[in-house]
Design a protein around this ligand. Structure first.
Ligand SMILES: [Zn+2]
Length: 240
């Protein structure tokens, strides 16, 4: 029998999700977020840029505000009202202290127990090469959990340290350890992904809603065999 995934921890109040681009959370994580906000938990989003280099036919100056709007709408669909953007450039985000500092600052301000990010490894499922932005932001988020708690790291931020991050959960991983039932939040996760309409209409000729539904049913369905047959959002959890 396939090794079953553990249920995600539930003894927390606040989560902060840190990803590189608009849509990174909607391609897999949003169903979990919808379930959590239903339970009265606070979830905030931090986007490292506005995905301004993501649409070939739209110049970055026009694309950035459009994708920011779509990201805010997609967050709202799953009960998230706090959405912040950093200004690291799309496509060329650099892993380093500047990125770690920006993420640590957000952790100190939001004081989450759960930090969420996207696949930080070189590949997706050992098949497709991951993007440099995802690798940089995933790794910097894992690192920033510790940075935020050490008052002697980034003291120039002038923020009280927060050493209360208990888990960093990585979505889109090929080494999942935990999962959340996707059923209660599934319909809203479809709405949430669909809110990235401009991006999706460029990406596929398929009907946008059918595309979102099929994609999310596929990923949550794939996790079901390791979660008692329930469609699920899987995470690789690093406890701290
Ligand atoms: Zn991305």
């Amino acid at each position: 029998m396939t090794q079953q995934l553990e249920p995600m921890p539930t003894d927390w109040r606040r989560a902060l999700a840190v990803v590189a681009h608009p849509d990174d959370l909607e391609y897999g994580c949003a169903a979990a977020v919808a379930g959590w906000t239903d339970e009265g938990r606070e979830v905030a989003y931090l986007l490292v840029n506005r995905g301004e280099a993501g649409i070939d036919t739209i110049a970055p100056s026009a694309c950035a505000p459009l994708r920011e709007r779509e990201q805010r709408a997609s967050a709202e669909a799953v009960g998230v009202s706090s959405v912040e953007f950093l200004d690291h450039r799309d496509g060329v985000i650099e892993y380093g202290t500047a990125l770690r500092r920006d993420i640590a600052a957000a952790v100190r301000r939001h004081r989450p127990e759960l930090l969420i990010t996207l696949n930080h490894r070189d590949t997706w499922g050992a098949v497709a090469w991951n993007t440099p932005d995802h690798r940089a932001v995933g790794r910097a988020t894992l690192d920033a959990a510790g940075d935020a708690g050490n008052r002697w790291i980034f003291p120039e931020l002038g923020l009280e340290p927060w050493d209360g991050v208990r888990w960093v959960a990585v979505a889109g991983t090929d080494r999942p350890t935990h999962a959340v039932d996707a059923t209660p939040g599934f319909e809203r996760s479809v709405r949430s992904l669909l809110a990235h309409r401009t991006y999706i209409e460029v990406l596929t000729d398929e009907d946008p809603e059918a595309y979102c539904r099929t994609f999310l049913a596929g990923t949550t369905g794939a996790a079901a065999e390791r979660f008692g047959g329930r469609p699920a959002v899987a995470f690789e959890v690093f406890p701290r």
